[in-house]
Design a binder for this molecule. Structure first.
Ligand SMILES: *[C@@H]1O[C@H](CO)[C@@H](O)[C@H](O)[C@H]1NC(C)=O
Ligand SMILES: *[C@@H]1O[C@H](CO)[C@@H](O)[C@H](O)[C@H]1NC(C)=O
Ligand SMILES: *[C@@H]1O[C@H](CO)[C@@H](O)[C@H](O)[C@H]1NC(C)=O
Ligand SMILES: *[C@@H]1O[C@H](CO)[C@@H](O)[C@H](O)[C@H]1NC(C)=O
Ligand SMILES: *[C@@H]1O[C@H](CO)[C@@H](O)[C@H](O)[C@H]1NC(C)=O
Ligand SMILES: *[C@@H]1O[C@H](CO)[C@@H](O)[C@H](O)[C@H]1NC(C)=O
Ligand SMILES: *[C@@H]1O[C@H](CO)[C@@H](O)[C@H](O)[C@H]1NC(C)=O
Ligand SMILES: *[C@@H]1O[C@H](CO)[C@@H](O)[C@H](O)[C@H]1NC(C)=O
Ligand SMILES: *[C@@H]1O[C@H](CO)[C@@H](O)[C@H](O)[C@H]1NC(C)=O
Ligand SMILES: *[C@@H]1O[C@H](CO)[C@@H](O)[C@H](O)[C@H]1NC(C)=O
Ligand SMILES: *[C@@H]1O[C@H](CO)[C@@H](O)[C@H](O)[C@H]1NC(C)=O
Ligand SMILES: *[C@@H]1O[C@H](CO)[C@@H](O)[C@H](O)[C@H]1NC(C)=O
Length: 416
């Protein structure tokens, strides 16, 4: 309970400018709870007065201020404001002793002529992006000296010399470092075979030509990369479909269950946008996924899914053309940040990560308001659960009181 009330406590943000990058210390109850030291460049393309697209690059200025940054138990936010109404913020979330940067938001003011000379528009624009950042264990600092680029609509954010620790528990920055993949060349883990955990009895006599079972423990697959896909109405038309997600497939081939991540590298997307149906086809080296969305004018949904996977033992094809997933109102987008699994057929399951799709009614090349899946907005359930628990407690106490009173009266004692 006290932890929950402590959730609401505000925190102070302090910014120091270092000789190198910008350093931010966010405190809560006078204790350091979020630390960041980073270098950041923005590249923004915008329309100049002569209708020509112009690109400008600028650094996060040294005098950026941490305003409204705050730490909670499961989510924290770092917000840096600078110049004439520009701001950059990162949301961190904590789950299962691991934290990550969830959403990066950049707001820029095109009327600031010192940054956007000659801009046609005078609007303030906000872009949000889910970065593909590492999962960082609690009580360690995330370090990334290499450049990481976060690409958003018309904006590239380049970060380097980054040192961040969110969810600091003991008031001081950890000496333990979790480095980004780019800093530490890691061995790429290809598809792995996962031993089936379903109730189907293991088939002991396989006649497949697969190599003798290696006894190496099956490593779990890394979280798949989040791909960003879009379709245009025609060659130089407007964007009509947007889909961002990481996907993993789990399937049973020759009685053997295995999982594969959909690799975004080198993926080709194609498809079409229609009035009552849109289709997105994603082709990677090993997996082809065809997503068909239906639109009944009020709501859209994922109606059909066809997955083709090439494995060492042949081609696996499975489809379901009668689905009703990812439903949301036409004109909005469907979002499910948390990992989600969907049973497509008895042989095929898909797992999605950081999902956001809008197959109809895209305007201005960006996602419309999102309808979130059940569970993403889980935080509001906590107060409800606490309230229910309290109510039950009160009832129990009352009940105990009345029962006790009745007994005492029955035995002739007066308690009050
Ligand atoms: C530039 O944009 C303005 C307003 O959007 C439009 O009226 C004008 O025709 C455009 N000029 C050219 C050369 O496309
Ligand atoms: C960052 O932007 C500044 C200003 O445009 C530029 O001089 C610098 O080279 C950029 N640094 C990187 C790493 O892109
Ligand atoms: C955007 O920039 C203009 C010009 O510098 C300024 O007048 C305006 O207040 C800024 N907008 C915001 C929201 O700060
Ligand atoms: C922004 O531009 C529009 C038209 O281009 C104009 O009507 C409006 O007054 C401008 N707003 C500001 C704050 O300059
Ligand atoms: C962002 O980077 C990508 C890849 O390097 C490039 O194609 C794109 O034009 C860049 N966008 C901006 C606004 O600089
Ligand atoms: C670093 O992590 C290890 C294992 O998690 C822990 O034993 C050690 O105390 C940590 N060191 C510091 C300085 O936090
Ligand atoms: C596997 O099955 C075949 C035919 O069903 C049988 O001849 C063979 O002995 C079995 N092998 C093992 C190891 O059980
Ligand atoms: C659209 O593309 C065609 C050729 O692909 C080109 O000739 C035309 O200028 C483009 N239109 C615009 C508005 O960019
Ligand atoms: C992506 O593919 C290109 C060429 O196919 C390759 O050079 C690059 O290393 C790949 N990147 C990753 C992260 O796998
Ligand atoms: C979808 O559109 C086509 C042609 O536009 C039409 O023939 C068909 O009846 C529509 N289907 C539904 C379910 O509305
Ligand atoms: C799924 O895709 C494969 C390959 O394109 C095709 O052969 C198959 O007919 C499709 N299945 C359905 C139900 O559309
Ligand atoms: C699928 O999701 C449900 C909850 O949405 C979860 O309980 C279950 O463990 C998940 N299954 C797998 C195999 O991840």
């Amino acid at each position: 309970m006290s932890r929950n009330t402590a959730l609401v406590l505000l925190s102070l943000g302090l910014v120091f400018q270092m000789s190198h990058g910008i350093e931010v210390n966010v405190t809560k109850d006078d204790k350091l709870c979020l630390y960041a030291n980073l270098m950041l460049n923005f590249t923004v393309s915008y329309e100049a007065a002569d209708n020509k697209s112009q690109t400008t690059e600028f650094e996060l200025p040294a005098d950026a201020k941490s305003i409204d940054s705050k730490c909670d138990t499961a989510s924290s936010i770092l917000t840096l404001k600078f110049g004439e109404g520009h701001s950059w913020s990162v949301n961190f979330t904590l789950k299962d002793e691991v934290y990550q940067a969830d959403v990066v938001t950049f707001t820029y003011n095109l009327s600031d002529t010192s940054v956007f000379p000659n801009s046609q528009s005078n609007e303030t624009i906000t872009v949000t992006e889910k970065p593909q950042t590492a999962q960082v264990p609690m009580d360690t600092c995330y370090s990334c000296k290499s450049k990481e680029v976060i690409e958003a609509n018309k904006v590239n954010m380049t970060l380097w010399d980054v040192l961040i620790q969110a969810f600091i528990t003991d008031g001081s920055k950890s000496e333990n470092i979790t480095s980004c993949a780019a800093d530490v060349p890691t061995t790429h883990v290809p598809t792995t075979t996962v031993t089936s955990t379903t109730t189907v009895a293991p088939v002991t006599n396989t006649t497949s030509t697969s190599p003798p079972a290696t006894t190496t423990p099956t490593p779990t697959l890394p979280t798949p990369q989040v791909g960003k896909y879009s379709l245009k109405t025609d060659q130089n038309g407007t964007t009509c479909l947007l889909a961002n997600f990481g996907v993993r497939i789990g399937f049973k081939q020759n009685e053997k269950y295995q999982e594969m991540n959909f690799e975004t590298n080198g993926t080709q997307s194609s498809g079409f946008c229609g009035t009552n149906s849109s289709e997105l086809v994603l082709v990677s080296d090993d997996i082809t996924i065809k997503l068909t969305f239906a639109n009944d004018m009020k709501k859209f949904r994922l109606h059909a899914l066809n997955v083709t996977a090439k494995t060492s033992s042949g081609v696996f094809v499975e489809a379901n053309t009668n689905l009703s997933l990812w439903e949301a109102a036409v004109g909005s987008s469907y979002m499910c940040n948390k990992e989600q699994n969907y049973t497509i057929t008895s042989l095929l399951t898909i797992y999605t990560f950081s999902l956001q799709v809008q197959p109809f009614g895209v305007t201005k090349d960006v996602f419309s308001t999102a309808e979130e899946c059940l569970g993403d907005g889980e935080s509001f359930l906590v107060p409800i659960a606490v309230g229910v628990a309290l109510l039950v407690l009160i009832l129990i106490v009352l009940l105990a009181y009345f029962i006790g009173r009745k007994r005492n009266m029955a035995t002739g004692y007066e308690s009050f």
